[in-house]
Unconditional design. Structure first.
Length: 112
């Protein structure tokens, strides 16, 4: 009986792990065209050492270069002037969106 329970637990954990891997890879990257569109319609405020900022950057991959990025460590005055209280913070069409934003959410709010 114990052997069967162990096998069942291993199978369940394997399925969960594979699901997480598939969900993280499928559709999570942003294409060059999408990144350019999002970049034209937004500003993202980040800071070095911010784990959510890093995750946001990883979502864009090599297309992160198309975004308008303000690093609050190096451009502190800009962040103070804009009232940035947390990172990442997106400013899109005059509205503030704090925290990590999904690909679908960014496409929705930028109209891309």
């Amino acid at each position: 009986m114990k052997k069967n329970n162990l096998i069942t637990i291993i199978i369940i954990l394997t399925i969960i792990l594979l699901s997480i891997i598939i969900l993280n890879k499928t559709g999570s990257k942003i294409s060059e065209e999408e990144a350019k569109c999002i970049g034209q319609n937004s500003i993202i405020y980040v800071q070095e050492g911010c784990s959510h900022c890093k995750r946001q950057e990883e979502m864009f991959g090599e297309n992160y270069k198309y975004l308008n990025v303000v690093d609050c460590v190096y451009e502190k005055e800009k962040c103070i002037t804009e009232g940035i209280k947390a990172t990442p913070t997106w400013i899109i069409k005059g509205k503030v969106y704090e925290g990590f934003q999904t690909k679908d959410k960014l496409k929705e709010i930028t109209g891309c």
